[in-house]
Write a protein that binds this ligand. Sequence first.
Ligand code: HMG
Length: 384
Amino acid sequence: MDIGIDKIGFYVPKDYIDIVELAKRRDVDPNKFTIGIGQDKQAVPLPHQDDVTMAASSADSILTDEDKKDLGMLIVGTESSVDESKSTAAFLMDLLDLPEDIRAYEIKQACYGATAGLQAAYDFVSLNPDKKVLVIATDIARYGIKTPGEVTQGAGSVAMLISQNPRVLKLNHESVYMTKNVGDFWRPTFSKTAFARGKFSNEVYVNFFQTLWTKFQDKYSVTADDFSTMLFHIPYTKMGTKALRTLEGKVSDEKYTELTKHYQNSIKFSRDVGNLYTGSLYLGLLSYLVNGAKANENVLMFSYGSGAVGELFSAKIQPGFEQVIDKQALIDMLNNRQKISIDDYEKIYQIEYKNDTIVDPSTISDKFYLSEIKENERIYKKLK
Ligand code: HMG
C-alpha cells in the first residue's frame, strides 16, 4: 500500500522584517545576513498568535468536511507549546470542528517533532488504511533581540494530511535515524527564548547528516545517483548548504550541480520566512513542489532536531501533485504580507499577554486568534 502526504498547507504570519534593515540596525554587514546566513525576510508573529492559532490556520487551508470524517489521528509537532500539560492538538479540536473519535496529541523533540509525527502517521495508516492522519508542524523560533540567533528566527506552520494513495508525496518506507544526548540548543521551561551553542550546533547537524547518509547508503545499497533532490531541515538556508557541501567531490559534478540547483528551489520560501523549527523541512518540501519539482522524482529528506535526533528518509513525488497544491495562493500569501520596521518588531517582541487579557476582535485580521486569558487558561476563537 502506498502511504504519504495527500495534501500540504502552510500558514505564515502577515508581518515580516527585512533582513538588510535588521543587519543595519545591528551594525552588521548586510552580506553576512543575506549571504553568510542566507536569509532575506523574517516572519514576525503578533501577540494574539501562537503555535495553536498558526496550526489551526495551516490545517484549515487544506481540510474538507470529507477529510474530517476520515480522520483517525491528529499529531502536532511543536517546541513552542503554550501549555506544559494540555496538548496543542486538544486546543485544535473545536477550532477545526474535528470529530471526537480521534487520537490527538503533541510531540516534542525540537525540530524533529513533525517527522516523528509523520512516521507515526505512516504506521497508523498502515494499520487503518481507510483512515487519514493530520500532522501539523507549528512553531515560533525565538532567540532574543541582539542575540547571534536573532537573524535565524521565524514563525509559521505546515499541515500535512497523511493517507493511502497519496497525491503529493509517497513515503518509501526507507529510513535511518539516530539519537544522541547533545547540548547544542535548548529552551528551559522558564524561558521564552532558546539558548544555543551556535557553531557547535552547526557541527552536530552536519555530523548527523554525514553519519545518516553513510548508514542510508549501506542499508539500502544506493548512491546519490538514485536521488535527484535532497531536502534539509533549514533553520537558516546556509545550514542546508553546509550539509550539501559535504557531498562535493564525492558525487559526480553533474549530480552535485543538480542537487545544488534543486536545493536552491527548496529554500526560496525559507529565505522569506525564517526558521519554522518543526516545519522547516516541510516548508522546504513545499517550496520545492512550487518551484520546480517533477513527478516521480526520488527525494531524500533530512530531518534534524537539536538535543538531538536526526532521521534521513526517502520519498517519491507523485504524478499530478501540481493539481493538489494551490501554488498561486501560497505565492500570494507570501507576497501579500506587510513589512514592519525594526522598531515595531522590537516593540511587538516585548508584548506578552498575561492573565485577564481580553483581545479586541476588531483589531484582528486572522481567522484564528487568542481571544482571552482567564484563570490562566488560554481561550481561542475563530472569526466568523
Ligand atoms: P554568528 O557567530 O553570528 O555568525 O552565528 P558567523 O560568524 O558564524 O557567520 C555566519 C556566516 O556568515 C559564516 O559563514 C561567515 O563566514 C559568514 P560560514 O562559515 O558559516 O559558511 N559571513 C559573511 N558572509 C558574507 N559577507 C560577510 C560575512 N560576514 C560573515 N560580510 C549562527 C551564526 C548560525 C551560529 C547563529 O545565528 C546561531 O546561533 N543561530 C541559532 C542556532 C542554529 O540555527 N543552529 C543551526 C543548527 S542546529 C538546528 O538546526 C536546530 C534548530 O533548528 C533548533 C531545533 O532543533 O529546535 C536550531
